[in-house]
Design a protein. Structure first.
Length: 144
């Protein structure tokens, strides 16, 4: 049985999940940004769920923050690992299997970082926490 997480005016039932956070979900989590859906926030908050953040997220943040494409990621990349550890998140390294799987995916989505997250989620049996409905075309389990 899942843990109940209470939000103002609503209860959300959350079962044991293994989650992989998309870059925007990571940033919005740490910023307490209301753009992160209630369902995603509840799943990430549930203590019985396992939450993973890919090293591809760190890579994307490190590339895009200095160019101004993702300025809100700058504080996160300054202390990426310690921030994740304090939050109880697990770091998921990009493996050769993940790289080859991402390269073999159809180009439904133009962002190579998102394709890498899809490949990791599929290979590791993780639900991808992302607002990007275009990723559904890959058959990945997406939570939002």
């Amino acid at each position: 049985m899942g843990r109940r997480f209470c939000l103002p005016g609503r209860r959300i039932e959350v079962g044991r999940l293994r989650l992989l956070l998309d870059t925007h979900a990571v940033i919005w989590w740490f910023e307490s940004d209301p753009q992160l859906s209630r369902r995603a926030r509840a799943a990430i908050s549930a203590s019985d769920n396992l939450v993973f953040v890919s090293t591809a997220v760190a890579w994307e943040c490190a590339i895009k923050a200095p160019t101004g494409k993702l300025p809100q990621a700058a504080p996160l990349i300054a202390a990426f690992r310690p921030v994740l550890v304090r939050a109880g998140f697990e770091l998921l390294d990009v493996s050769l299997e993940h790289i080859l799987a991402a390269g073999a995916l159809p180009r439904f989505h133009g962002d190579p970082f998102d394709r890498m997250l899809v490949a990791q989620a599929l290979a590791e049996g993780l639900a991808l926490v992302s607002k990007d409905a275009e990723l559904d075309r890959y058959g990945v389990k997406r939570l939002w």
